[in-house]
Ligand binder design. Structure first.
Ligand code: AMP
Ligand code: MG
Length: 341
């Protein structure tokens, strides 16, 4: 009797252990495969936020809420946002995030010789790029608005800011900054793999769940939305593209794009059709994608040579692709020209 009991107990115990092991294995496998995507429309673009790993759905929900929170602060059209209140003439105590964006935006204006100018909003409005009510302003209107900006003032003491004559638009840096904030928040929550697409801005976290690099397609500015020039294989970084094709209107056969040259007040006409920046610093990548597009190939190349915090893919209007040295091994396409330092 006793012997039988012992045998039975042993079988029961083994079954329990097997079941436990199986459950553990299954949960591990499911954990690896877990994936969640939030598709939202925010900051005037479609965003696709994908998180891999355990609790992926919770993490994507948190990411989407973070985007909304930043949008509520930075939107130029939402009257209650910090930026809209500032633009309306109020003295505003900015949140740390908006103050950081402003400080870094102004620093980038200096560094890029004014090619990126967060104070350019009055000109952006003149062309109707905010509302979608596009029009070609007269030369006099543009000159007058530029003069107002030049003689305008901005004061920033600690986080208290006020503007006069100028108005701010963080459209050229907000998505890259948001991607960077999301990546930090997700990593702090334990996420090791995420692909965050914020319109033309991509931010990755870690690697793909299987440990291989992310493959980010660079769109062909001359083709439709499915045409691409090549693929960048990257680890954790921001990959951000600016191009006239992303938003424009046509009047009397002339194409007017949303990236403006702050020096002239007219759409940048630098001979480039797109600029992609790869950098671990999302805000920098976004700011420079816009600035280098304004600068044109030669100045962009010189600018790249003077720094070591980003790499770039520059596409000329005739289709020539220039890839900086740091991307040589990870940009895969049929034909490209390599810029060397
Ligand atoms: P992006 O798509 O990052 O190149 O940013 C373009 C957006 O930034 C435009 O839609 C405008 O709202 C704004 N913008 C256009 N030109 C400039 C400029 N030169 N400097 C700063 N912001 C700009
Ligand atoms: Mg940009």
């Amino acid at each position: 009797m006793r012997e039988e009991n012992t045998e039975e107990n042993l079988v029961i115990a083994m079954k329990k252990w097997t079941a436990l092991l199986l459950a553990l294995l299954l949960s591990l496998l499911c954990g690896c495969k877990q994936e969640s995507t939030a598709e939202i429309f925010a900051m005037d673009t479609v965003m696709e936020l994908t998180v891999y790993g355990p609790d992926a759905a919770e993490h994507t929900a948190m990411a989407a809420e973070t985007v909304r929170r930043l949008e509520r602060k930075l939107s130029v059209t939402d009257e209650s946002s910090e930026v809209a209140r500032l633009n309306a003439g109020e003295t505003v105590t900015l949140s740390d995030e908006t103050a950081e964006l402003l400080r870094r935006g102004l620093a980038l204006r200096e560094e890029t010789g004014g090619a990126l100018d967060p104070a350019i909003y009055p000109v952006v409005r003149l062309w109707g790029f905010t509302t979608g009510e596009y029009r070609v302003p007269s030369g006099a209107e543009i000159a007058e608005t530029l003069e107002e900006i030049r003689s305008g003032t901005l004061s920033l003491k600690e986080n208290t800011a006020a503007v006069q004559g100028i108005q701010l638009d963080f459209g050229a840096v907000a998505k890259g900054y948001t991607g960077a904030v999301l990546a930090e928040a997700l990593k702090a929550a334990g996420v090791t793999s995420a692909l965050l697409k914020l319109g033309g801005s991509v931010q990755t976290v870690g690697t793909k769940p299987d440990g291989s690099p992310w493959r980010i397609a660079i769109r062909n500015p001359a083709g439709d939305e499915n045409a691409y020039l090549g693929i960048l294989e990257v680890g954790e970084t921001a990959v951000i593209t600016s191009g006239g094709y992303q938003r424009y209107f046509v009047e009397d056969g002339v194409r007017y794009s949303h990236i403006l040259d702050p020096a002239s007040g007219y759409p940048a006409d630098s001979g480039l059709s797109s600029v992609t920046i790869v950098s671990e610093d999302g805000l920098l990548a976004d700011g420079l994608s816009t600035a280098l597009y304004v600068m044109g190939l030669e100045k962009a190349e010189q600018f790249w040579q003077s720094r070591s915090d980003f790499e770039a893919v520059l596409v000329e209007e005739d289709g020539t692709i220039h890839v900086t040295e740091g991307l040589e091994d990870c940009f895969l396409c049929d034909e490209f020209v390599v810029i060397r330092r």
